[in-house]
Design a protein. Structure first.
Length: 314
């Protein structure tokens, strides 16, 4: 029997089907995408330059375009970004690409169909966490950026839904005597900047924010994740239906551990923001080792010791 490819963590055939279903009632379940798009748009508006041609990679219901337009309409434009000339939308699902209010194509984030140095700006909100080869996709994004082009991305991070992971693990261990992957693994914030650097981005920066949401119950949360197309996609996940007793017990544990005073339960979504530039000669570069014109000891008002010299006590 052929062993599975270790890089194929997520079942993207299932993802495409779930995207199609999610698009049918997207306006009801798109709150998380809207929130993340608005936060990413704020970062775009903080960049003091214009972009003639930009790409929205994973456009869903066109939330990124609306967030960018809303930021400019309230005066953010004058304080930060000048404008985006043309925004091209792409999505893994046809149903989402069809919702776009501008030029759009269906494209797989793992096999980008764009020519090298096509865009001055690439944006991606809430789609890269389903990519199997994230370093490879980041390399492709760097390739399609013009020199000194900007990539700004936002994806769900490893601390997302930690409460649900804990409750499901406890319930499955108690009811079924074992564990299976029930919540998809996502990237770790600690590794994100390193991934950008490996992909060839200059001045890479990664930071995280947490979005806390309340639900009536853990079962409501799980239903919402399914409707959003954000349920478990691990290739080695359990294929059959989960035992009803396990899910009900997980909901009880969730309520016991994570209920708010209101009686509703908390769910946390970690968002990792990625920021990197395509290399260009005009960008600042670190100085060569030993090229400093002033000594650190002088700046600190202290004495400099040669290597191996020990500081004695008085």
């Amino acid at each position: 029997m052929e062993s599975p490819d270790p890089l194929l963590v997520f079942d993207r055939d299932v993802l495409r089907l779930r995207r199609a279903r999610a698009a049918r009632d997207w306006d009801r379940t798109s709150f998380l995408k809207r929130e993340i798009a608005e936060r990413l748009a704020e970062r775009v508006h903080d960049v003091r330059r214009s972009f003639a041609l930009a790409l929205d990679l994973g456009c869903h219901g066109d939330e990124m375009a609306r967030a960018l337009a809303a930021g400019e309409s309230v005066g953010t434009k004058s304080a930060g970004a000048r404008s985006i000339g043309t925004l091209v939308r792409s999505d893994f699902g046809l149903a989402f690409a069809a919702r776009a209010q501008g030029p759009a194509i269906v494209a797989d984030e793992e096999r980008l169909p764009f020519a090298a140095e096509s865009f001055e700006l690439v944006l991606s909100a809430m789609t890269l966490h389903w990519v199997n080869d994230l370093p490879g996709t980041l390399i492709q994004i760097a390739r399609i950026l013009k020199p000194d082009g900007l990539f700004l991305g936002a994806m769900l991070g490893g601390a997302t839904l930690w409460q649900l992971r804990q409750a499901l693990a406890a319930a499955e261990s108690e009811i079924e005597g074992g564990l299976s992957p029930r919540v998809s693994p996502f990237a770790d914030l600690r590794d994100a900047a390193g991934l950008l650097q490996r992909a060839g981005f200059a001045l890479p920066v990664a930071d995280g924010e947490t979005i806390d949401v309340e639900y009536g119950s853990a079962l409501d949360l799980m239903r919402e994740l399914g409707a959003m197309g954000e349920a478990n996609l691990v290739g080695e996940r359990r294929r059959g239906f989960s035992r009803r007793a396990t899910l009900l017990r997980a909901a009880e544990i969730y309520q016991e551990r994570f209920a708010r005073p209101s009686g509703r339960v908390a769910a946390s979504f970690e968002v990792i923001f990625l920021h990197g530039w395509a290399p260009h000669a005009s960008q600042p570069k670190p100085l060569r080792p030993g090229s400093a014109s002033h000594r650190l000891a002088e700046a600190l008002g202290g004495a400099e010791l040669s290597a191996g010299e020990k500081v004695g006590r008085r």
